[in-house]
Design a protein around this ligand. Structure first.
Ligand SMILES: Nc1ncnc2c1ncn2[C@@H]1O[C@H](COP(=O)(O)OP(=O)(O)OP(=O)(O)O)[C@@H](O)[C@H]1O
Ligand SMILES: [Mg+2]
Length: 259
């Protein structure tokens, strides 16, 4: 029996700009399961980023509920919400959004110091490990302005997970990366997932989406379809036939949704 980690009930979001209303999220009913690597695909402008912001408490929905571990985060005060975001959530933005006057090392470490019940030396160890794992050791003392796009995005992933969140939201984390950097970021997300962190990743790329064991298709303000896959097996990451087979399943599914 799968355990729900995050769910929505009739989640809706309407933006008003210049007196014009845009109904971006219709009435989204979504169920995410603990331990899953869930991918979300869908047309540009359909509201995927908006959905991620509402699920992670970065933006407030217009109406509806967002239940995380039994608590409606759409109704929480700023204090409790900040605590949840510091203790339980990680977020990777499409553009890395690093703090420009901190080094890459400091960007990773800072959220780690907010983790309750962990000593400074434990946070330092976690930061050192992540910096090494993401191939950033040589550039750890660089400012973001002195780092490449790939280095910045790997830093952004490390920063999102240094506090050992329950769930990581990743908004096109590989959208701006070349193939080698994309693979590293996807491998890290997969590894985190196998270590028990739930992942929700938005992507336009089928090859990236099939890293998940579940793919959702988002369009016209709601979830229009879903595909279940066997969990990604890292032993086959370099096996082109394995990747192609998963891609073919996802493409057939997308075609059936007439995408
Ligand atoms: N702050 C805002 N005010 C008004 N409209 C907004 C705002 N943010 C987003 N929108 C509109 O909401 C719609 C959904 O935007 P969103 O960024 O969620 O789409 P998306 O699916 O993530 O697109 P993409 O794949 O291109 O990243 C778009 O039409 C966008 O113009
Ligand atoms: Mg987006």
């Amino acid at each position: 029996m799968r355990e729900t980690i995050l769910s929505t009930r009739k989640l809706s979001k309407t933006y008003v700009a210049d007196g014009v209303q845009a109904h971006v999220l219709g009435s989204v009913d979504l169920e995410l399961y603990r331990g899953d690597f869930t991918s979300i695909m869908g047309p540009s402008g359909s509201g995927k980023s908006t959905l991620l912001y509402c699920l992670s408490g970065m933006d407030a929905p217009t109406s509806g509920e967002v239940i995380f571990e039994g608590e409606d985060i759409a109704r929480l005060g700023q204090g409790r919400l900040s605590e949840l975001r510091a203790q339980r959530f990680g977020f990777v933005f499409q553009a890395a959004n690093l703090v420009s006057n901190l080094t890459l090392y400091e960007n990773v470490a800072v959220p780690g110091y907010l983790k309750r019940g962990r000593s400074a030396s434990e946070t330092k160890r976690a930061t050192d490990e992540l910096v090494a794992r993401m191939g950033l050791a040589q550039v750890a003392s660089h400012l973001p302005s002195q780092a490449s796009g790939g280095q910045k995005q790997r830093c952004a992933v490390a920063r999102a997970v240094v506090n050992e969140p329950a769930i990581v939201f990743a908004d096109e984390p590989t959208g701006a990366l070349n193939r080698a950097n994309s693979l590293e970021v996807l491998d890290l997300l997969g590894e985190l997932n196998r270590n028990g962190i739930s992942i929700l990743m938005v992507t336009h790329d089928v090859r990236s989406a099939v890293r998940g064991n579940r793919v959702l298709y988002f369009e016209d303000g709601g979830i229009r379809g879903e595909l279940e896959l066997a969990p990604w097996d890292p032993a086959f990451s370099g096996d082109e036939a394995y990747v192609r087979e998963r891609e073919a399943m996802a493409n057939a599914w997308l075609a059936s949704l007439s995408w």
